[in-house]
Design a protein around this ligand. Sequence first.
Ligand SMILES: [Zn+2]
Ligand SMILES: [Zn+2]
Length: 311
Amino acid sequence: MTRARWTSGEASDRDEFNLTRVFFFAALHLGVLAVFWQTNWMAIGMAVMLHVICGGLGVCVGYHRLLTHRSFKCPKIVEYAFALAGSLSMQGGALEWVALHRKHHQHSDKDGDPHNAAEGFWWSHMLWVLHTPTNENWRAILGSILLAVGLYFLGGWPFVVWGVCVRLVATYHITWFVNSASHMWGYKNFESDDLATNCWWVALLSYGEGWHNNHHAFPTSARHGMKPWEIDFSYYFIRAMKTVGLAWDLYVPSPEKMKEKLAQKADLIAGRFSETAGKFSETAEELKEKFSETADELAEKLSPPTAEEPA
Ligand SMILES: [Zn+2]
Ligand SMILES: [Zn+2]
């Protein structure tokens, strides 16, 4: 099956179970266990740095905010650098990632959404990846193999274990948490017809991507953290790029647009209240009727029999 399925609007096909990916993810998770005998501070530092570059800049800023949603513009060479960094997170090539994610926004939490959160935590977290009928991106795979070899020559097995296994497993689960936890737990600033939420701990781990209700409300916004406490490292980085002239045309919704969305939420809440109030008054009417019927019946039963007419 090719990627065409995901661009044709069809729902996912559960028969497309990809066993190779099961082995790949299992091996990667098992590789993490090697930290018990392959660890040093340099290796940990290398993993953090690669996580920031390939996950934070590559996936969050590059694949997501720049290539999928075009929330800002930058020189082509910078765009390629982001795409290269993103491909080293082994989440597929940029084109495929963008197509899948656009599908997610188009059908959020409904049929046709690759990681429909309405189907439960595990499906939206990682099971969908094992069933996604996409092509493997050999250039991205080759890039990661070269990176692993380079890491081995730089710092031996600790660098490979931390820079590849630990870093990739962390990046995968953090990305997947955006699709699972940030469609389940947290709060909503804006009303939406999907399950997306603002989940603070996902936002902290994912460089701001966990402010997901904000993101679904304004998908093309470069800024996902809308309130002062909603820390958004990806946006801070884009702002820094703008300051040095490497980014321009940043789209951020105006306060008026946000107020409009908030007013929609207020309307919806008011609507729900009046609906509930309507239901209460209907029930009260029904109860009143039933009471008066029962009272009539009782009065009939309790009233003394009328004296018989003497013959
Ligand atoms: Zn989402
Ligand atoms: Zn998005």
